[in-house]
Each structure stands twice: as C-alpha cells, then as structure tokens.
Design a protein around this ligand. Structure first.
Ligand code: DCP
Ligand code: MG
Length: 398
C-alpha cells in the first residue's frame, strides 16, 4: 500500500476585502464589499465576514448587496494590490515545497509529503505558512490538511476565517461519512435537490448506492461521486499548468450601441493585452486572435482567426464579423490570443512560471480544469463576475 500523501490547501479569508481593510484600518469591523458600483451593473467580487452576515456573497449584484445592507461600504477593486499580495503569499508557499498547484490569486494546493520541514509535520507546516502570511502580508489565510486535494479543500473551509482543520488518514472514513453532499465540489443546488429527493443527504447516504446506480442518476459524475463518498481522490498536485490563451475583456456600464462604438473601444483593450503579452515574451507563441462579444441580451459569440501575432486590423475584422451576428447593443467586449508554449519542457515542474501564470490572473478567471466542471452554478457565477465599471478590465488567462 502506498503511504498516504500530505496535502495542504491554503485559501486566504475574504481576500480582496482583507487587503482593503488592512490598508484602511478605519474599515475594521464594518461591513465592506469589493466590487463594482451599485448604480451601474457592478457585481460583488467578495465581501468581508461582517457583510456576509447580511447574506451578501461573491457574484451578487452590488445593488442587491446594498439593499440587504444599506451601510455596506463598496470599494472598487485594486487588482495591482491583490497581485502584489498574491505574489508574496506564493513566495511563502515556495519556502515549504516546490509542489504547488495555484488555483487563483489567494488559493493553492501544496503537496508536502516529502517536505523535510518540521520533521514532515504537515500541520506544523500549515501553521508556519499561516503565521508567515500574517507577518509578511498582514492578512489571514486558512488551511486544510488531508491525504488528498478534495478533503484538503473542504478542510480549509471548515474553520474559516483564520482557521485550520486536519483530516488525518485514520479519520477520513468517519469524516466523509457524515459530510453533507453539498460540500462536494460539483454538487450544486440542482444536484443537491435531486439527491435530497432520493433521500441522499450525506456521503454516507451516497455510499449506499453502487457505481452503476450512481451513474444512472448522475451520469458521468457517478463514478467520481462513488470515489468522493469514500474519501478517495487520487489527483496529483499539478505544477505543470500551461497557458492556452490570454485575453482581456470589459463589461461596459452602458451598452455600446453600434459597431462604430465597439471599434472605438478596441485600442484600449489592445493596449491592456499588449502589456500582458509583453510579460510572456519568449515563452509562448501566438496561434490565433479572437474576439468575444456579449450582446445586451447576454447572447454571446466568439470569432477567431489563425494568426501568429496581434494585428490591429484583424481585431477590427473579427469585431465586425462578430457584431454582424447580433447587430444589437453590446454589453461586453473581449479580445485575446490563443497561444502555445515555445518549449513545453520548461513548464514541467517549474513552479515559478506557474505561479506567475496564476498570480497575473483575475482571481477565478482560471478554473481548475481538472476539478469537476459539472453543476454549473459556481462556474456561471464566476463567469458573470464582470465588473460593472467601464475602466475595470478583467484579464483572463486560460
Ligand atoms: N472573486 C471574484 N469573483 C468571484 C469569487 C471570488 O472576483 N465570484 C475574487 C475575490 C476574492 C478572491 O477572488 O477575494 C478569492 O476568492 P475566494 O473564493 O477564495 O473568496 P474570498 O477569499 O474572498 O473568501 P473566502 O474567505 O470564502 O475564501
Ligand atoms: Mg479565499
């Protein structure tokens, strides 16, 4: 039998909001949200725990949030600041292991199975990381320690904020048995209701069905459910993420009424894209240019063309083509490139490249591809997190 692994999942507490409170101590104890304006089409990116008491959460319209809590202080996001903090946090992680899988700006899996620190105690490593993040970045980070990624992620959430929770190998079975199915990644509201109708509330209940039955009820998710309900998750901590595209997009506070206005916006987006691409020089090669358009009725279209560089005229052409598919006011405009790495080998096991990839992303623009994509709830809400303010650009790295 293989020795069990030691995985730590680290996740900062109300990340953007913590940074804002850190930098503006007068906000301490008050309900705050970071996001777009409630007067436009702003959305809450996150909010502190005080605001969560009012039922406010990420991806909620800022206007709704303000209604729920009239005293809510809404702060515009300052991505540069969050990227800087993220880089510092990832630097702390790297002191303890090279096996890091960043998930977003504030979150990563660490495999410390072979770490020599603290005589290999994952719990003490996690505590050291938490203490260092507090000391260096002055925000709190929660941690979960378990023999696999699935349980470590649940554990980091268990005692949030500023908490730590350990699921030792001998406690996995009992812990999972009592675990509500809603805690499983991939079980959104729809699946949870379906399970409830079938009398399934906990993983213990799930275990009563065999794989064939689970597949009958939940399709391809069934096999995975069978494993998760038994605490099994063999996915390795992956350090070799390779970027597939870089893009930038913007949701406008008032719709762009016609093609002319769309074309006028392209140069601003191109400047942002060029900045990002500049940082990748020599590591990736462009293979396609693309444009994404979301019309006012949320109908979305993407147009792409083969290209080895960013050509302005190509973007104009793609934009005209995309616009003609709807011929109606535009809510969101995005442009980008599909890329491939010049030398794939350089990425394998190179955590610093990986961290850079993630830390430059707008949090949650990156989905953890090998996690379950089923049950669209989370994915959709994350995709809908377009900031309402026209100058708030969102970088997407795929
Ligand atoms: N974020 C976002 N849009 C979302 C979710 C999150 O822009 N739909 C941003 C803001 C968050 C950051 O990503 O601060 C990290 O996301 P988390 O899901 O880890 O949420 P928080 O760190 O804010 O809170 P928690 O304490 O629950 O981890
Ligand atoms: Mg977090």
């Amino acid at each position: 039998m293989q020795p069990s692994r030691k995985i730590i999942h680290c996740d900062c507490d109300c990340f953007y909001a913590s940074i804002e409170v850190r930098d503006n101590p007068h906000l301490l104890g008050k309900p705050i949200a970071v996001g777009g304006s409630p007067n436009h089409r702003g959305v809450v990116a996150t909010c502190n725990y005080e605001a969560r008491e009012f039922g406010i959460h990420s991806a909620m319209a800022s206007a709704t949030a303000r209604k729920r809590c009239p005293d809510l202080i809404i702060i515009r996001p300052d991505m540069e600041k969050y990227h800087e903090a993220s880089a510092q946090i990832h630097e702390v992680f790297r002191r303890y292991t090279k096996l890091i899988e960043p998930l977003s700006l504030d979150e990563a899996y660490l495999d410390v199975s072979d770490s020599k620190h603290f005589e290999g105690s994952a719990t003490r490593i996690a505590e050291a990381i938490r203490a260092e993040v507090k000391e260096n970045v002055n925000i709190t980070i929660s941690a979960g320690i378990a023999p696999n990624k699935f349980l470590a992620k649940i554990a980091s959430d268990w005692n949030k904020p500023d908490g730590v929770f350990v699921v030792t190998p001998d406690r996995v079975d009992a812990f999972v048995e009592a675990l509500p199915v809603k805690k499983l990644h991939g079980v959104g509201n729809v699946t949870a209701s379906k399970m409830k109708r079938l009398g399934i509330n906990t993983c213990g209940d799930l275990r009563k069905l065999d794989e064939t039955q689970l597949t009958k009820y939940f399709g391809s998710f069934g096999k995975r459910l069978n494993n998760l309900s038994r605490g099994i998750d063999n996915r390795p901590v992956k350090t070799d993420r390779i970027r597939k595209s870089v893009s930038i997009e913007n949701t406008y506070s008032s719709d762009l009424p016609n093609l002319k206005r769309c074309l006028e916006e392209l140069p601003y987006l191109e400047i942002q894209l060029a900045k990002r691409l500049n940082k990748l020089k020599g590591r990736y090669k462009i293979r396609k240019q693309f444009i994404k358009i979301k019309f006012h009725d949320f109908v979305q279209t993407t147009v792409e063309m083969v290209s080895s560089q960013t050509v302005t005229d190509n973007y104009s052409e793609l934009c005209s083509k995309g616009f003609s598919r709807g011929n109606k006011p535009v809510r969101l405009l995005g442009l980008g490139v599909k890329v491939f790495p010049l030398n794939e080998e350089q990425f394998v096991g190179n955590t610093s490249n990986v961290t850079e990839t993630i830390s430059r992303s707008s949090a949650h623009s990156i989905e953890n591809r090998d996690e379950l994509t089923d049950q669209n709830q989370a994915t959709i809400s994350k995709k809908n997190i377009d900031n309402g303010d026209a100058d708030q650009l969102k970088l997407i790295l795929d």
